[in-house]
Design a protein around this ligand. Structure first.
Ligand code: GDP
Ligand code: MG
Length: 322
C-alpha cells in the first residue's frame, strides 16, 4: 500500500458547512486505493475524473497537455474510496518542461494500486500511445484497458487490444455521456484492496484550492482567447486569503512569454481580462460556497518553460519523496 497521503500533504479546507457528503459513511470495511489514469493527451482523462467524482476538479480542454500537474479526484461511496490520479500526458522529452511532466507521470504511478490505461476508441492504433504502454510496463502495476469515447464508435466492440500489456480487464465507456461508467465503478469496488480510508469522505479534491483557482483562470484563457493565445501561458495563485469575513481574496498572475500577448489578454479597455475574471470567479464561488474577490494580473516572463527555477516556482518539479 502507498504511504498515506494524509501524512505528506497539506489538508485543503473542507466542504462549506451545510453541504452534505456524497454518501453516508457506513463505517464498514471498504475497498481503498490510488487509481492512476494513464493515457496520451486528449484521450479523456480529465473528463473521466470529473465524471467519477461528479464535480469539476480537473480542467478539460480540446487542446492537448492542459493538465500540467497531478490531479487527484477522490471518489468515496459506501463501497470504496478510489483516489484518482490523473497521469499527465507523455510527450517526447525535448525540453525541461516535458521532462518534468514525465517525471510527474512516473511518480504518480508509483503509489497506485491499479492503473487504468485510457485509449481513444476511435484511434485504436495511435502510435503515440507506445510511450504510455512502456511507462505502464515499467511500473509493473496491475492494469486495465479502458476504451473511452465509445459514443463516437457506434456498434464497435473492443474485446482486446492487449498488445504487449497483461491487461486484467478490458472495458469500454464514454466519459462524456457516462455510458459504461457504472460497470467501471462496480469493477473498482470489487478489485481494490480492502483498507482504511486514506482521506476524509467529504473531500473531493486533494489538490490545494489555490492551484485549482489558477487552473480555472487558465481554462478561461483557453476558452476565450482561442487560437490567439499561445500554449506558453501559465497561471499562478499568489494570494489565497480566506480570512476576510465578506469575501475570499484570490490574487492570480497570468504569466505569458511575450510582451505582445499582454494587450490581447487584457483586451480592449480591459474587456477580455474582465470577462475571464468574471467567469472564473463565478466557478470559484460555487466551489468555495462564498463570495470571491478575484484580482488578476498579467506578467511577461520570457522563456519560462526552459528555466528550472521557474519550473519549480510553478510547482512542476516532481516531489523528492512520495
Ligand atoms: P485529457 O487530455 O486526457 O485529460 O482529455 P480531456 O478530458 O481534457 O478531454 C479531451 C477532449 O475529449 C475534450 O474535448 C473532451 O470533451 C473530449 N472527450 C472526453 N471524453 C469523451 C467521450 O467519452 N466522448 C467524446 N465524444 N468526447 C470525449
Ligand atoms: Mg487532462
Amino acid at each position: 500500500m502507498p504511504k498515506s497521503p494524509k501524512s505528506s500533504r497539506p489538508s485543503p479546507p473542507s466542504r462549506p458547512p451545510g453541504e452534505p457528503a456524497r454518501a453516508p459513511d457506513h463505517g464498514g470495511p471498504r475497498r481503498v486505493g490510488l487509481v492512476g489514469l494513464a493515457g496520451i493527451p486528449n484521450v479523456g482523462k480529465s473528463t473521466l475524473v470529473n465524471r467519477l467524482v461528479g464535480q469539476k476538479v480537473s480542467i478539460v480542454s480540446d487542446r492537448p497537455q492542459t493538465t500540467r500537474e497531478r490531479v487527484c479526484g477522490i471518489l468515496t461511496d459506501a463501497r470504496m474510496q478510489a483516489v484518482l490520479v490523473d497521469i499527465p500526458g507523455i510527450l517526447d522529452p525535448k525540453d525541461k518542461f516535458n521532462q518534468a511532466l514525465m517525471e510527474w507521470a512516473e511518480v504518480g504511478l508509483r503509489g497506485c494500486a491499479l492503473i487504468l490505461h485510457l485509449r481513444d476508441a476511435r484511434r485504436p492504433d495511435d502510435p503515440a500511445d507506445e510511450p504510455v504502454r512502456e511507462m505502464i510496463r515499467r511500473s509493473r502495476k496491475p492494469v486495465w484497458l479502458v476504451w473511452n469515447k465509445i459514443d463516437r464508435t457506434p456498434g464497435k466492440m473492443f474485446l482486446s487490444g492487449s498488445e504487449g500489456l497483461p491487461y486484467r480487464k478490458v472495458l469500454g465507456l464514454s466519459a462524456k455521456t457516462g455510458r459504461g461508467v457504472p460497470a467501471l465503478l462496480d469493477a473498482l469496488a470489487e478489485s481494490l484492496p480492502q483498507g482504511e480510508l486514506l482521506y476524509d469522505p467529504e473531500q473531493v479534491c486533494d489538490r490545494e484550492l489555490r492551484f485549482l483557482a489558477a487552473e480555472l483562470v487558465r481554462e478561461k484563457l483557453f476558452r476565450y482567447l482561442g487560437e490567439e493565445i499561445p500554449y506558453a501561458t501559465a497561471t499562478v495563485t499568489e494570494t489565497f486569503d480566506e480570512s476576510p469575513p465578506e469575501k475570499v481574496y484570490i490574487r492570480i498572475v497570468i504569466l505569458t512569454e511575450r510582451e505582445a500577448h499582454k494587450p490581447i489578454i487584457l483586451g480592449d479597455h480591459g474587456a477580455m481580462i474582465k470577462k475571464i475574471g468574471q467567469s472564473a470567479r463565478l466557478e470559484m464561488e460555487k466551489l468555495l460556497g462564498r463570495p470571491v474577490y478575484l484580482d488578476l494580473w498579467v506578467k511577461v516572463r520570457e522563456k519560462w518553460r526552459k528555466n528550472d527555477f521557474q519550473l519549480a516556482e510553478l510547482g512542476l518539479k516532481p516531489p523528492k519523496t512520495y
